[in-house]
Design a protein around this ligand. Structure first.
Ligand code: A2P
Length: 223
């Protein structure tokens, strides 16, 4: 019996190459280091954390673990809906192990997660992005139903204590839904990396002036 018929991975995704992981982690650290010193961030701190703290060290607040990646399909070893269908797609088999260039277009921070938005190319969307990725988020983020395919694509850079990584995609979808409704966010600051906007409830989005191009390998994790 072929291995692929006996066991499906925890998830499929694009895994950033080691050197690129360091670069993205550094960019993220720089952003967090700057963000928590901004007057605007301090002003909105009560929205960010319910604890009566005067300051937050964001680098401590978020815990990072594991290799940086952009999940395409969470399979849960075959228990997740559509896992086998995804693994059986010809494109998934053909492209397994090949190199891709991901475009990171924004960084975002919420009281729960910090992540990078991945802007998928048409090709990446068509070949490897599951058609129902956004719909699966609807029970948590209803507005996800009306967002374009690929909206959920992200890299989890860190989670607050007790928060699961899949929350990062929900947090991103929430921000994109607000944008779609016409909320621009409150432009807070032009930073070196790009423009920083505030979307209320402790949600921050930094649109990168220059998207970060990240080399990644399409593969899977058995965990
Ligand atoms: P994300 O893609 O947002 O980082 P875990 O360690 O919790 O088992 O998760 C392994 C990976 O799969 C993480 O990258 C995580 O989130 C993603 N993930 C976990 N659960 C789901 C889910 N139900 N739907 C989509 N992605 C998930």
């Amino acid at each position: 019996v072929p291995f692929e018929e006996t066991s499906l991975p925890l998830f499929f995704g694009w895994f950033l190459l080691p050197g690129v992981q360091d670069k993205v982690r550094c960019t993220s650290m720089d952003f967090l280091k700057t963000l928590d010193t901004l007057e605007a961030f301090k002003k909105h701190l009560p929205d960010f954390t319910v604890e009566a703290e005067k300051e937050v060290d964001l680098e401590q607040y978020f815990q990072a673990n594991g290799a940086l990646h952009c999940t395409t399909k969470f399979c849960d070893y075959g228990k997740a809906e559509g896992a086998k269908e995804y693994a059986d797609k010809p494109a998934v088999k053909e492209l397994y192990g090949s190199a891709f260039e991901l475009s990171l277009s924004a960084l975002f921070v919420t009281p729960r997660t910090v992540g990078a938005r991945v802007s998928l190319s048409e090709d990446q969307l068509i070949t490897l992005w599951p058609a129902d990725a956004e719909k699966e988020a609807v029970p948590v983020v209803p507005a996800a139903a009306t967002l374009p395919a690929g909206s959920r694509a992200h890299i989890t850079l860190g989670c607050a204590e007790g928060v699961e990584p899949q929350q990062t995609g929900f947090d991103l979808l929430e921000i994109l839904a607000l944008q779609q409704e016409g909320q621009e966010g409150e432009l807070v600051e032009e930073m070196e990396l790009g423009s920083l906007a505030y979307y209320g409830k402790g949600r921050w989005l930094l649109s990168l002036r220059e998207p970060v191009s990240a080399q990644a390998c399409f593969s899977s994790l058995y965990g």
